[in-house]
Ligand binder design. Structure first.
Ligand code: HAM
Length: 414
């Protein structure tokens, strides 16, 4: 027996209805904020991610699905959406128009992670990227978009975790301060953290290790190493979130796991959830680093699998029901039934046809189970008279209708 690969799962009815709902809501809200949808390839040149997400990140170090194609090119299943969109933005020379480009995307991402609750190897993200925008009002809008989206899905008790991680020079100074502070305690750190102590101590801040977290209580704060401009920006951005009624919490521990970020960084947290629902931030240096002109940008990615798991919606309530369930009494009328159903669907009347050889009683039971409004019953007598029986499954009424009148009759009734 084949199983879905580890860390992946099949999405089947009725759960798929929830997915259609959250994807549709994402599209609607992104468009309300002026974002247009883009779709980039599922795989990209490996180098795109190595350079942008960063060689020290978990993603590049151990989570990428990388393979060589038959032309010996190294390709990687996309672990995230920002680098591919930045690539497309540069390739299309969108910067040449000197306007803001606002794009959104939804689709599967791939990371070789240890599967556990809410952590998959294939997962869905809804993300937005605003290229060419600068300043805290743009930041507040992007953060609000993600927050309103989650609210729209009925989620409450949401908090935006907010930080400013400064520019490269602030982070370098802070990294050194953190290294100086942690080095005497390096025995307490895990092997990975000991390596990070040398390469990028900042990444130790989001350690899950309890002893490390205890050590960090007295560690220097990133905020003391920010420029006064970055500190002001953080405060002003917080004021705007307040102004919009968005619950937030400033935390100097939030650093994000991808290398391209600078200044504003944020995550969406739900109180019933230990993992964050999504995160993002500014990446003002990425476009230039990838070969485009210097272009400020900000965006976020939300993990849809995590969001679906939190929704308190019964997928059965979202399920669309057929309007008509067509019961064909014997094989001699199958061909006529096929044609009638085709015509009904052509008139936007959803119809399911039952071609099984069964007694009418069982077929009526199936019609009721399908939650259709009407059972249409066609036998040789009806066919000869060019008519059909229409049974209202709720009102329990039955009438014989001329086939030429059927569409009008059904439309009048619904
Ligand atoms: P990220 O924080 O790596 O950021 O991922 C964003 C969200 O994707 C996470 O908060 C989580 O909800 C979801 N996610 C990540 N890994 C998994 C997994 N293995 N299973 C289930 N869900 C997962 C980014 O990807 C950035 N590209 C976001 C961004 C866009 N920044 C600027 N623009």
């Amino acid at each position: 027996m084949y199983q879905a690969p580890r860390g992946t799962y099949d999405l089947l009815p009725p759960a798929i209805k929830l997915w259609q709902k959250i994807e549709h809501t994402a599209q609607t809200i992104a468009q309300l904020y002026g974002y247009e949808e883009v779709r980039t390839p599922i795989f990209e040149a490996t180098d795109l991610f190595t350079r942008s997400v960063g060689g020290e990140s978990d993603i590049v170090q151990k989570e990428m699905y990388t393979f060589s194609d038959r032309g010996q090119r190294s390709l990687t299943l996309r672990p995230e959406g920002t680098a591919p969109l930045a690539r497309a933005y540069i390739a299309q020379k969108k910067y040449a128009f000197n306007t803001t480009t606002k794009w959104f995307y939804q689709g599967p991402m791939f990371r070789y992670e240890r599967p556990q609750a809410d952590r998959y190897r294939q997962f869905m993200q809804f993300g937005v990227e605003a290229f060419g925008t600068r300043g805290i009002f743009a930041d507040a809008e992007v953060i609000a978009l993600g927050y309103r989206y989650l609210e729209n899905l009925g989620l409450t008790n949401l908090t935006v975790l907010l930080n400013n991680i400064g520019d490269l020079s602030s982070r370098q100074k802070y990294n050194q301060a953190l290294r100086d502070y942690l080095t005497p305690y390096s025995r307490v750190l895990s092997t990975i953290e000991q390596t990070r102590l040398q390469t990028n101590p900042l990444r130790i801040l989001d350690s899950k290790n309890k002893e490390t977290q205890a050590l960090l209580q007295k560690a220097p704060s990133l905020h003391n190493y920010l420029t006064s401009e970055d500190r002001n920006q953080l405060e002003q951005l917080a004021d705007q979130l307040e102004h919009l009624g968005i619950a937030y919490k400033i935390t100097d521990r939030l650093v994000r796991g991808l290398d391209y970020y600078n200044a504003t960084a944020f995550e969406y947290q739900h109180e019933n959830h230990q993992n964050v629902l999504g995160g993002g931030g500014r990446y003002d240096g990425l476009i230039e680093m990838m070969g485009g002109p210097s272009t400020p940008a900000i965006g976020f990615g939300l993990g849809l699998d995590r969001i679906v798991n939190l929704l308190d919606i019964n997928p059965e309530d979202e399920t669309t029901r057929p309007l008509c369930y067509l019961i064909l009494l014997e094989p001699g009328v199958y061909s006529a039934g096929l044609k009638i159903a085709d015509e009904l669907r052509g008139q936007q009347l959803a119809t399911v046809v039952d071609y099984q050889l069964q007694k009418i009683k069982s077929k009526l039971k199936k019609a009721i189970a399908s939650k259709a409004t009407f059972a249409l019953i066609l036998g040789p007598d009806e066919l000869q008279e060019h008519s059909i029986q229409v049974k209202h499954l709720i009102a329990q009424r039955q009438v014989k209708i001329k086939l030429t009148e059927l569409v009008r009759y059904l439309k009048d009734q619904c």
